[in-house]
Design a protein around this ligand. Structure first.
Ligand SMILES: [Zn+2]
Ligand SMILES: [Zn+2]
Length: 1001
């Protein structure tokens, strides 16, 4: 729904862009003295038209902005580009619903578009902007004369650009209310609320990061909670510092399986949910960096020699570039080393510029192989017998070795994760060796503290500003290639040719951490001497900010203030265990005790009490989706006040032949408190929907919330909106487990009288006349059913209810009650039970365990039948959108690759399939991802070299698609293999448990 809205919005904006006055650009597009441009060179009009079809293409946004600068139309074009960039709320949403196993920890690359626009504004003087608004005061931190709408203002170039941003965020320099993208980038929580902190530091002064304090949230009393218990702790947990994230797997094979499963489910479900068809390949990149091969043929070898494996790192920004350290407990060191050393030598040979060095840290000898752009970057060592380390960062390697040795070079004691009471406590909740654990992920209190602490926040903030510059250099380089038919030689050439908004490395275009910018070896992007290559940035652990500006410090203080106010619950450690098998993917998350947290308290009080089996009633075969809740009934009873309103002793129960209100209230109270159980379930029936609920998106979304943040599984408004829309659409029913059948029947009988009377009396409203209708009938199986209608001519709304066995059901169609009655009698084959009847005891227990809690959502994909054609159509539509999104990057690459300098003829140019392949390769290289058609279509470049089309999906301006995913579609296959999906939430004394189970056929 949101997506559709966004789509409409982008079209509206696209049309607005197309309607821009033209004419100026063509006459002013060519700068005097520039080298002659190739025939592929963009005109501003062409670029605007292309952007209208591909509004989220950051490169096209760059081209439009840069050409507008040349044409003196920046002030006119910039606000329109602004309109294409998602706002901070969207960025927040994208960030928290990350993609694969690795990027559940990922930061938002999406903010680059925002930063790019900001940078363009910063270096575009108002004069060149033509109709730009007057500039804000150039420097320092004085408030501008009037609080400007930040987004539409143009600032002159300034070295303190980013610093000033920080101060503004501080909230005192200017009272701007728009949150800053950079702030959102460093942490989206920054945009929450408006801090009132007075800036403590002058913007220009230098502040030691060590003097800044992080959020003041207390830690839990771990020792007391542990209460002397001594759970089993793996040796590898005692080899890492306590402020690193920690992932351990019983075997390397299981770890690789988890990656593959995450890939299978993650990639395809998320492709469906977010309509992106590119694989980031973080896992592949890391394996290359670390010189580790994972060929399936190697797995028996790994199983033979590796006893246990763990992954640890100091921050979660794996997608952008982060330190990752692998730890192996090895059974047969000689065999293991022979093979692992061979991988090192292979990696060294594969990179001509790789350098091998050796060194020592705390007496541990290591080998390092690294090339300048860190395609390969590995430190390998054996700190102890039977322990092998592989890290992509020397700084991280040293921290791990110091943890193993127990102290640093200067003798400072290092706390190891496995030695902490906190970790031990987590292991009492999720014991090591449990059959539900193939892998265990732990984010400790010190790790989360580090995540929001000053050092990492300020370091990552600077890195993001630099990252944007590096991407802009890449865009400038591709623009140059398009205009001149060759790659540029230097940043100076980019500036001279007018393809960059200035000289990168100077003024507002310089690295905030003093790094030196150059073109990458292949000329396609930028490299910073401090922050590294755009596609694999230097890990933050290697570039900690020690001194920051007063402005940055003020910004951080404002963040801390907000954090302390709103986001304390983020501070709790998170434990996740994974189970991966060909038939099942299971993720269980515990967010440890949430001290003093209002969100948790209110949720836990609405849904609460002893956890119950939430899917115990019989389920008809056509039930395709269920949501069940274990309500804290006692609390609701009080709120309803039914008990107090009951009849006083001695009062007559009947007046004029009707039960009195008091008598009815008494019955109602009895009915709710003694007759019914504690649950309510909502169920959706298989039927041809009249409008489309995008189940694939819903699944992807559930999956994302389940993996990343269990707490949101049921909290998001999307969920409720989806439910509400669904009930208009398809047959639905509510289920209430019955505790005392007699009480329920009594109440229903009593209600009959009231409803019968009501049905005979028309209601005349002021605006509307309506009538009630009521009657009883028998189900084929003998139970009494009731129907209640609301007639609002010409419309009728009907409900049907009946107690069938141990359930009370309210349905929107009569046949549902018949199915339920059949199901209760266990009549095969028209029905299936929530628990498979033939399942063995242990199997049933397992199914039950994962369906026991306070809230449950179950997608019964095995019952999809009538809905399938519509679902399949939606999947095919999602695939087409994903594929069309790829065409942006591919067309940009094609246009650049097919460009020839004026006068230059064909030369060694590729053609046909070879050229098509070269275009995909270039696009993959530029973006660090792999672009593919999810339907298995092939990409072809048009004869003029300007557009790329998909053999299945056409082009963005002439899209086409099949009505269902074909056999070639991995996503279609994945969805067909889906048997059911269950997400369960349980509020426990020890924290919030969220379990997500995906079963395959
Ligand atoms: Zn840098
Ligand atoms: Zn396609």
């Amino acid at each position: 729904m949101t997506h559709r809205f966004k789509f409409l919005l982008s079209w509206t904006l696209a049309i607005a862009l197309l309607a821009l006055p033209s004419g100026l650009a063509q006459s002013r597009g060519q700068e005097p003295g520039a080298t002659p441009r190739s025939a592929q060179a963009w005109t501003l009009e062409e670029a605007l038209a292309a952007l209208a079809l591909q509004p989220r293409d950051a490169y096209l946004q760059y081209v439009v902005l840069q050409l507008a600068r040349r044409a003196g139309r920046f002030g006119e074009v910039a606000p329109r580009v602004q309109g294409l960039i998602p706002n901070d709320a969207d960025v927040r949403a994208e960030r928290r619903e990350g993609v694969d196993l690795f990027s559940i920890f990922s930061g938002a690359l999406a903010v680059q578009e925002s930063l790019q626009l900001d940078t363009m504004r910063a270096v575009t003087p108002p004069a060149a902007g033509g109709s730009n608004r007057p500039a804000a005061p150039a420097l320092r931190n004085e408030p501008p004369p009037t609080p400007p709408a930040r987004r539409t203002q143009t600032k002159p170039p300034s070295r303190t650009q980013t610093a000033r941003r920080g101060a503004r965020r501080g909230g005192a320099a200017t009272q701007t209310t728009t949150p800053l993208p950079i702030a959102a980038a460093v942490d989206p929580t920054l945009t929450r609320g408006q801090a009132n902190t007075q800036p403590q530091y002058r913007p220009g002064e230098s502040v030691a990061v060590s003097s800044l304090a992080g959020p003041s949230v207390k830690s839990h009393p771990w020792e007391r909670m542990l209460a002397g218990r001594r759970p089993d702790i793996s040796p590898l947990a005692r080899d890492v510092p306590d402020d690193f994230y920690f992932v351990e797997f019983r075997t390397l094979t299981r770890l690789l399986d988890a990656f593959d499963a995450g890939d299978l489910w993650g990639t395809h479900l998320f492709n469906q949910a977010y309509r992106e068809a590119d694989t980031v390949g973080v896992g592949e990149r890391l394996k290359r960096q670390l010189a580790i091969e994972s060929d399936p043929r190697l797995r028996p070898f790994y199983d033979l020699v590796v006893e246990e494996v763990a992954v640890a790192g100091s921050d979660p920004f794996v997608r952008e570039g982060s330190d990752v350290t692998l730890l192996f407990r090895v059974k047969q060191p000689e065999i293991f080393h022979a093979r692992m050393d061979a991988f090192l030598s292979d990696a060294e040979r594969a990179h001509a510029d790789a350098r091998r060095t050796t060194g020592q840290y705390l007496g541990v000898a290591y080998v390092q192989i690294e090339n300048p752009e860190r395609d390969v970057s590995v430190i390998a060592a054996d700190p102890e017998p039977g322990l092998h380390l592989r890290s992509n960062s020397l700084a991280a390697f040293r921290r791990v070795v110091a943890a193993i040795k127990g102290k640093t070079e200067d003798g400072t004691v290092v706390r190891r994760l496995g030695d902490t009471a906190e970790f031990a406590y987590a292991r009492t909740l999720m014991p090591r060796g449990d059959e539900r654990e193939d892998g265990f992920i732990y984010l400790s209190d010190p790790f989360i503290r580090r995540l929001v602490g000053p050092e990492l926040k300020l370091t990552e903030r600077r890195r993001l500003v630099c990252y944007n510059h590096l991407r802009m250099i890449g865009h400038a380089s591709l623009l140059f290639r398009t205009e001149h038919g060759r790659w540029p030689d230097s940043l100076e050439e980019l500036a001279r040719a007018g393809d960059a908004p200035g000289l990168f490395g100077e003024g507002a275009l310089s690295c905030p951490d003093g790094g030196h910018y150059t073109l990458s070896a292949d000329k396609t992007t930028g490299v910073c001497s401090r922050h590294g290559h755009a596609l694999h940035l230097t890990p933050n652990v290697e570039t900690p900010a020690a001194q920051v500006t007063g402005a940055e410090a003020n910004e951080y203080r404002a963040f801390v203030e907000d954090y302390n106010r709103y986001w304390r619950f983020y501070f709790d450690p998170v434990a996740i265990r994974l189970k991966v098998s060909p038939e099942q993917y299971r993720v269980e998350t515990i967010i440890l005790p949430l001290i003093d947290n209002s969100v948790y308290t209110s949720l836990a009080s609405a849904l609460g009490g002893k956890p119950e089996a939430l899917d115990s009633l019989p389920v008809p075969r056509r039930d395709i989706f269920s949501a069940s809740f274990r309500l804290n009934k006692e609390k609701y009873l009080d709120d309803l006040g039914l008990v107090e309103k009951g009849a006083k002793p001695g009062e007559p129960a009947y007046v004029f032949g009707h039960p009195t209100d008091a008598a009815m209230n008494a019955k109602a109270a009895d009915f709710v408190s003694r007759g019914l159980g504690n649950q309510v379930g909502f169920h959706l029936y298989d039927a041809h929907p009249t409008f489309d609920l995008n189940t694939a998106s819903l699944l992807g979304w559930l999956f994302g919330s389940g993996v990343g943040h269990g707490a949101r599984s049921l909290g998001g408004e999307e969920f409720y909106i989806a439910l509400a829309l669904t009930s208009l659409n398809s047959p639905v029913y509510l289920s209430f487990p019955v505790r005392d059948a007699k009480v329920v029947d009594d109440y229903l009988t009593q209600l009959d009288t009231v409803l019968s009377v009501a049905a005979r009396n028309e209601r005349r409203g002021r605006w509307l006349d309506f009538e009630y209708d009521f009657y009883k009938y028998q189900l084929p199986t003998g139970e009494t059913a009731r129907a209640f209608g609301l007639r609002l001519d010409p419309a009728r709304l009907r409900f049907f209810w009946a107690r069938v066995g141990s359930g009370l059901y309210v349905a929107s169609k009569p046949f549902i009650l018949e199915d339920l009655a059949g199901a209760a009698q266990g009549q095969p084959p028209s029905v299936a039970q929530g628990q498979p009847a033939g399942a063995s005891q242990t199997q049933a227990a397992n199914v039950d365990a994962d369906a026991t809690g306070h809230a449950l959502v179950r997608v019964r994909a095995q019952n999809w039948n009538d809905v399938l054609p519509d679902y399949r159509l939606a999947w095919a539509e999602n695939e087409r959108e994903a594929c069309l999104n790829n065409l942006a990057a591919l067309s940009d690459a094609a246009r650049a690759l097919s460009a020839r300098a004026a006068g230059q003829t064909g030369g060694q140019a590729l053609s046909g399939e070879a050229f098509d392949r070269a275009v995909v390769e270039l696009a993959d290289r530029l973006h660090g991802t792999h672009h593919f058609c999810p339907e298995g279509g092939t990409y072809h470049v048009s004869p003029d070299g300007r557009t790329v089309s998909c053999s299945v999906h056409g082009t963005a301006d002439a899209p086409r698609q099949p009505v269902a995913p074909s056999e070639h579609s991995p996503a279609g296959r994945t969805m067909r293999e889906l048997s059911d999906l269950t997400a369960t939430l349980t509020f426990m004394e020890d924290g919030l448990h969220a379990v997500l189970v995906v079963n395959r056929k």
